[in-house]
Write a protein that binds this ligand. Structure first.
Ligand SMILES: [Zn+2]
Length: 457
């Protein structure tokens, strides 16, 4: 069986569903046609570690690709490596610079790396200004000596980075469709992964530009304020103890994000219809998910950073498998387990013993997430300068920090505003009272006990 993995970067589960208010919502519509996971959790709060978890089946502390390493150097094969070896066509399609090949190991196993940029019409001075505020880009400048303008490669990187702020996912999905069509004709098995970037900051709110037309609703106000708002979030600035963003500016970001998500919903609808029309749903495992959410002042945070909050962990997850009828799933799952599903489906094994199997989910009832803090954010408040681990089991969520565990009752307090201070053992007790077998809780408890090695990193 073939596999197509679509990751909508930075798409929060709650915003994905609510984007249907103005027109028909893809995530709602596809829910009755796929395995729809209502409690799917990412393993970290940003792109590199969460993707490497999906690619290897490992937690960030195991694959060690995170802010403190900025690359994947592990021995575990990635799904793309496994499938390339089996004769699959393996390809990644994106404009996200995480996958541009500069970070070690991240694109291992992908035979083709297709960069999709919009044409240059949408590019403007503001895109360049915003590109320059990205922490990774600034690091790139520092380490590669960008300020030597005659270095062709770096100028190309700047141009690409700026162009990446202009929507191009309709084109990216078009390339995925073309590729699937021609590979199916050739009867060549494939693994195609696309990271979609149109809802990622700076949240382009219109089809072909990162700024609204001046005469559109909010257009003028936004054009005046945007050049000052997004750059304020660059370089992890919001982690500083005294950081503040006005309610008006916070709302500006949310409005843009909502519009970007709504357009994404349309793009995915067209994509899914095209897959169906060509018959690809009959021989292809199709996964549509996100790598993490996005914060708009939630818990004092912005973008996706320094968090194991639900805001960042809870992601949409839809799986179409030709061999199993669609169903809504309320069990907790981790997106790292997509690795096992992709491997089983592509190598000809059944969906049993994957997250599509309710027995498997019963045996793996706990989602663990971690965060490895950035050593470069030296201005960050003390509470952000520590590694974090969290577990979600039943209605209980526990977060382990330097100063001890904090619990949240997600049934009564889904926004995590009422912390409960209690020993880590209470997590196992809460899981047991939700009917989870102690044997299934033990690996998570062992992981928490081991965590102090990472905590002192
Ligand atoms: Zn991401």
């Amino acid at each position: 069986m073939n596999c197509c993995l679509i990751v909508v970067d930075s798409l929060r589960a709650d915003f994905a569903l609510s984007a249907g208010s103005k027109r028909q919502n893809f995530f709602e519509k596809v829910a009755s046609r796929t395995h729809t996971f209502q409690k799917a959790y990412a393993t970290e709060c940003w792109t590199l570690p969460t993707h490497m978890s999906m690619f290897t089946g490992l937690l960030p502390s195991q694959h060690e690709a995170h802010l403190q390493t900025m690359g994947y150097r592990g021995d575990s094969p990635t799904i793309a490596e496994l499938l390339a070896k089996e004769g699959f066509h393996t390809e990644l399609v994106t404009r996200n610079s995480i996958f541009d090949g500069t970070m070690p190991g991240v694109t291992r196993g992908f035979q083709h790396n297709t960069l999709v940029l919009s044409d240059l019409k949408g590019l403007n001075v503001m895109s360049v200004v915003l590109a320059l505020t990205k922490p990774r880009f600034r690091r790139q400048i520092e380490t590669t000596g960008f300020f030597h303008p005659l270095q062709r490669d770096n100028r190309e990187f700047l141009a690409n980075f700026a162009r990446a702020t202009v929507p191009a996912d309709r084109e990216a999905l078009g390339i995925v469709i073309d590729r699937i069509r021609s590979l199916r004709v050739q009867k060549k098995p494939f693994f195609i992964f696309a990271n979609l970037y149109d809802v990622h900051a700076p949240y382009p709110p219109v089809e072909k530009s990162m700024i609204r037309p001046l005469l559109a609703r909010n257009g003028f106000a936004e054009a005046v304020r945007m050049p000052f708002v997004l750059p304020r979030l660059g370089g992890h600035a919001y982690l500083a103890p005294d950081f503040k963003l006005s309610e008006r500016n916070r709302q500006l970001l949310i409005d843009r994000y909502v519009d970007a998500v709504e357009m994404m919903s349309d793009k995915l609808s067209e994509f899914y219809a095209a897959l169906e029309a060509m018959g690809a749903l009959e021989d292809t495992l199709v996964i549509i998910t996100s790598d993490h959410g996005e914060a708009f002042g939630d818990h004092g945070l912005y973008l996706h950073d320094s968090s194991v909050w639900q805001t960042h962990l809870h992601v949409p997850l839809h799986v179409h498998h030709p061999g199993i009828a669609p169903a809504p799933v309320e069990d907790i799952v981790s997106t790292k387990d997509l690795f096992g599903l992709m491997r089983a489906a592509t190598l000809g094994h059944t969906w049993q013993d994957t997250i599509l199997d309710s027995n498997y989910r019963q045996r793996h009832p706990i989602a663990i997430a971690e965060h490895f803090f950035s050593p470069h954010a030296t201005h960050a408040a003390e509470r952000y300068r520590q590694n974090l681990v969290a577990g979600i089991g039943g209605a209980d969520k526990v977060i382990l920090r330097h100063d001890g565990p904090t619990h949240f009752d997600l049934a009564k307090d889904p926004n995590e505003t009422e912390p409960i201070s209690a020993p880590i053992e209470d997590f196992a007790v809460a899981c047991a009272s939700s009917g989870i077998d102690t044997v299934c809780t033990e690996p998570a408890m062992a992981h928490f006990r081991e965590w102090r090695h990472h905590n002192s990193a």
